[in-house]
Ligand binder design. Structure first.
Ligand code: GLY
Ligand code: MN
Ligand code: MN
Length: 435
C-alpha cells in the first residue's frame, strides 16, 4: 500500500468510505482513443496505471481496507489491446487487500457503502459512476430496512488529496528532479539545434524526441513553440510557422516523467545573437525572474511574490518606455496587464498546474505562505503585440518569458531546472559553440 494511501485513510477516519475512480479512455476519433492518462488523484493514491478501475477505501474494515475493482485478465482482449494487471496483479503489485472485476462494482457497492456515515466521492468527473451512486443513495433514502444504513454525508475528497499533493515527499522530489532534468536537456538540445528556416514544428519534434528518448512518457502539456510575434500569444500551440533570422523564439515545454510534470520556458534568438531591443526586454524579464526566485522561499506568500513581480515588471516597463507615469498609480490601474497578463507561477506536480489551494481560508483572503516541500514555477514575461501602437516600434512583436521550476527547502530553495542557460551571454555562447 502506498504511504499516500495510508495517510489518506488517516485523514478520512474510521467512519468513512472513499470511492475513487480511475480515468476513462477517451475517444479521439471514430474507433481510436487518445493516449491514456491516469487520473492524477487516483494515481497518487494507488499508483495503478489502468483505466476502468475503482478504488474503495474503508479505513475501519480490518479485512479489506483497500479494494481495487479492475479489468480482469482476458487473453483475447489483451491480445488486441494490451496487458492487464487483473485482480491478481492489483493485489500482488499494487497492495490491494482485495480485488474484483470492475463489472462487480455495482453488485458489491451496497455492502461497501452501508454502515459508514461518510462517503468521500467527487461528483462531476465520472458521469456513469455519479449516476450509479446517486441512484443507489436516493433509493436507500426511502427504505426502512433493519440493515446498516447508507452514508448520509457526502464529502468531496479533492481538498484532502490536494493538500497532500502540494507537499512533496522525498520520493516525489526525486522523480520531479528527473522530470526537470529531462526537460532541461531538451531545451539545451533545442538551443543548440535552432536555426533560421526551420519550422516551429521541427523544434517541437526535437524537444519531444528528447523527452521520449530519455524515459519521459511525453510532454506534460501541449508544447508551446512560438517564433517572432507568435511568442506574444500565451498558449500558442499551432507551432507551424517558419523561424526567421533576427526573431526570437519562445519555447514553453515540459515533460511528464513517472506521472510528474516539469515546466520550462526559454526565449532566445533564432540566429544565436540577441538584437539590442530584444536584449533590453530580455534583461528586464530576467532580472524580475531572478528576484522572484529569491522570493520563492518559506514564509513568503503567493500574493507577496505576485505583487513583487508586478512591481518589478511595472518598473521595467517604465524603463523601456512601454509605460509612463507614477508606479503606484500604474499598478493600481493594472496598466502592466497590457504586457504581463498572467500569474508569476503555480504549483507543479502530477499536474502542470498542480493541486493545492492558494489561500489559507475559505473566503480566499489569506494568501498562503510557501513551505518546504512545495514545488513552484517562476515565470514572469513581457509580451508586446505586433500592432501595439503605444509601444516603441522596436519592441513590437517581441514576447519574452523565462520559466524555471523551484523546490522550496528548509534553507531557501533549489532551482530544479537551473541547467538550462538563461543569461544572454550563456545562451549566445551555447548557441554559437556548436556552429
Ligand atoms: N506551460 C504552462 C504554464 O507555464 O503555466
Ligand atoms: Mn508554468
Ligand atoms: Mn510553462
Amino acid at each position: 500500500m502506498k504511504k499516500q494511501l495510508l495517510e489518506f485513510m488517516k485523514a478520512i477516519g474510521e467512519d468513512a468510505v472513499a470511492v475513487i475512480p480511475a480515468a476513462r479512455e477517451k475517444t479521439r476519433s471514430y474507433d481510436t482513443e487518445y493516449k491514456f492518462r491516469q487520473d492524477s488523484d487516483f494515481y497518487y493514491l494507488t499508483g495503478f496505471p489502468e483505466p476502468d478501475a475503482i478504488a474503495v477505501i474503508s479505513p475501519s474494515d480490518q479485512k479489506a481496507p483497500y479494494i481495487l475493482f479492475v479489468r480482469p485478465r482476458d487473453p483475447e482482449m489483451e491480445t488486441w489491446n494490451g496487458r492487464r494487471e487483473g485482480v491478481e496483479g492489483a493485489v500482488k503489485n499494487y497492495g490491494a487487500s482485495q480485488a474484483y472485476p470492475i463489472e462487480e462494482f455495482e453488485k458489491r457497492m451496497p455492502n461497501l457503502l452501508n454502515g459508514k456515515s461518510k462517503l468521500y466521492y467527487r461528483f462531476g468527473v465520472d458521469d456513469k459512476l455519479d449516476r450509479l451512486i446517486l441512484q443507489y443513495l436516493s433509493i436507500q433514502r426511502f427504505r426502512r430496512l433493519k440493515t446498516p444504513y447508507p452514508p448520509h454525508t457526502i464529502i468531496d475528497p479533492t481538498l484532502i488529496i490536494a493538500e497532500m499533493r502540494l507537499h512533496k515527499t522525498p520520493e516525489e522530489i526525486e522523480i520531479m528532479r528527473k522530470s526537470c532534468e529531462i526537460a532541461a536537456d531538451a531545451h539545451i538540445l533545442a538551443m543548440k539545434s535552432v536555426k533560421p528556416g526551420m519550422s516551429e514544428a521541427q523544434v517541437e519534434a526535437i524537444i519531444e524526441y528528447h523527452f521520449r528518448m530519455s524515459g519521459a512518457s511525453g510532454p506534460a502539456y501541449n508544447s508551446i513553440v512560438g517564433a517572432g510575434a507568435n511568442a506574444t500569444i500565451l498558449h500558442y500551440v499551432e507551432n507551424s510557422s517558419i523561424l526567421k533570422d533576427g526573431d526570437l523564439i519562445l519555447i514553453d515545454a515540459g515533460c511528464e516523467y513517472k506521472g510528474y510534470a516539469s515546466d520550462i520556458t526559454r526565449t532566445f534568438p533564432i540566429n544565436g545573437r540577441f538584437t539590442e531591443a530584444q536584449r533590453e526586454i530580455y534583461d528586464v524579464v530576467l532580472e524580475v525572474q531572478l528576484e522572484c526566485i529569491k522570493a520563492t522561499v518559506a514564509g513568503v506568500t503567493v500574493q507577496q511574490r505576485q505583487e513583487l513581480s508586478i512591481e518589478l515588471l511595472t518598473e521595467g516597463m517604465k524603463k523601456l518606455g512601454l509605460l509612463r507615469g507614477n508606479t503606484k498609480k500604474l499598478i493600481k490601474e493594472k496598466a502592466y496587464e497590457r504586457y504581463y497578463m498572467h500569474g508569476v507561477g503555480h504549483y507543479l506536480g502530477l499536474d502542470v498546474h498542480d493541486a493545492g489551494r492558494y489561500f489559507l481560508d475559505q473566503q480566499a483572503t489569506l494568501s498562503r505562505p510557501f513551505e518546504p516541500g512545495m514545488v513552484l514555477t517562476v515565470e514572469p514575461g513581457i509580451y508586446v503585440k505586433p500592432d501595439d501602437e503605444q509601444a516603441p516600434a522596436k519592441y513590437r512583436g517581441i514576447g519574452v518569458r523565462i520559466e524555471d521550476d523551484v523546490l522550496v527547502t528548509e534553507k531557501g530553495n533549489e532551482v530544479l531546472t537551473s541547467k538550462v542557460p538563461k543569461h544572454p551571454e550563456e545562451i549566445e555562447e551555447l548557441m554559437n559553440s556548436k556552429k
